[in-house]
Write a protein that binds this ligand. Structure first.
Ligand SMILES: [Zn+2]
Length: 279
């Protein structure tokens, strides 16, 4: 009888060793993060749309995220994490704004400062050049950020800047950065490098920084565009594919196609997060 009891106790002891496996699981969980990335565009009081949100709704989004335990991070922190550096909060959200509207500066900046949130703003160089040169600036309804405002944002701890092409933000004749019909690989590489490089040069000359974050206009991309942009030094690529980013520390493959949810301004905060099934 004692022998049987001894065998049972031994078995429990041996298996309890196996039950210690959770150590590995804990380690694994610590090395992966599900990261939410949101995509905004314009912020306006006067109208709402799929790409225009009101300042009140923007503020309410940030409040919702904060109340649900989210901490805001930069896209550059995602790069670091995927390169094995630093850490990310368990509930991380990266907020992005595309196209470089002046209203991001006018309406969003004060909200992000007060709420202590971070955002990555992706600039279209030609829009900024036009606003800067026309002198018709600082109108929330239609102006884009000037080079000086971009410089100021990059120096602000709540913002960082990404590249959204200099002038490849059209549907025709080229659909975003897609190859045009009949364009061979060599020409395509030349056109893409010249355009994107031109914005990097503007950032460098007029604002004193460069970026390695790229947002695909209209979410158009290919393996070829990825290869070309990577060769220019870009590391994080923001798509318009919707979903959560399952990141593993030290694995940079996910940086190639970061998913984002477009935040249409036509929903309330609650309805939007319910729609994308985030809690
Ligand atoms: Zn855009």
């Amino acid at each position: 009888m004692k022998k049987i009891l001894f065998l049972i106790l031994s078995a429990i002891f041996v298996f309890s060793g196996f039950l210690n496996i959770p150590n590995n699981v804990v380690l694994a969980q610590d090395c992966q993060r599900d990261v939410l990335i949101l995509m905004y565009h314009s912020v306006l009081k006067s109208k709402k749309g799929d790409y225009i949100i009101s300042p009140d709704d923007l503020k309410s989004d940030l409040l919702w995220l904060k109340n649900h335990g989210y901490e805001s991070i930069f896209v550059s922190e995602i790069i670091d994490y995927c390169e094995g550096k630093g850490d990310l909060p368990e509930k991380s959200v990266a907020i992005t704004f595309d196209d470089g509207h002046y209203n991001n500066f006018y309406y969003a900046k004060p909200i992000f400062e007060v709420m202590n949130f971070k955002a990555t703003i992706n600039i279209v160089g030609a829009y900024t050049e036009y606003s800067t040169n026309s002198g018709d600036i600082d109108n929330p309804n239609y102006s884009h950020l000037t080079w000086n405002e971009i410089k100021e944002l990059q120096q602000n701890e709540h913002f960082e800047i990404g590249n959204h092409t200099y002038n490849m933000h059209s549907l025709k004749p080229r659909y975003g950065i897609a190859k045009t019909q009949g364009e061979n690989s060599e020409l395509y590489r030349k056109h893409l490098c010249e355009d994107v490089g031109r914005l990097e040069k503007c950032f460098q000359d007029k604002c004193g920084f460069t970026t390695n974050i790229f947002a695909y206009p209209f979410g158009k991309y290919s393996n070829e565009s990825y290869e070309i942009l990577s060769s220019l030094g870009f590391k994080a690529f923001l798509t318009c594919n919707e979903g959560i980013n399952h990141l593993i520390k030290g694995e940079n493959a996910k940086l190639k196609e970061l998913k984002r949810y477009n935040r249409s301004g036509l929903f309330t905060t609650e309805a939007f997060f319910k729609k994308i099934k985030i809690s």
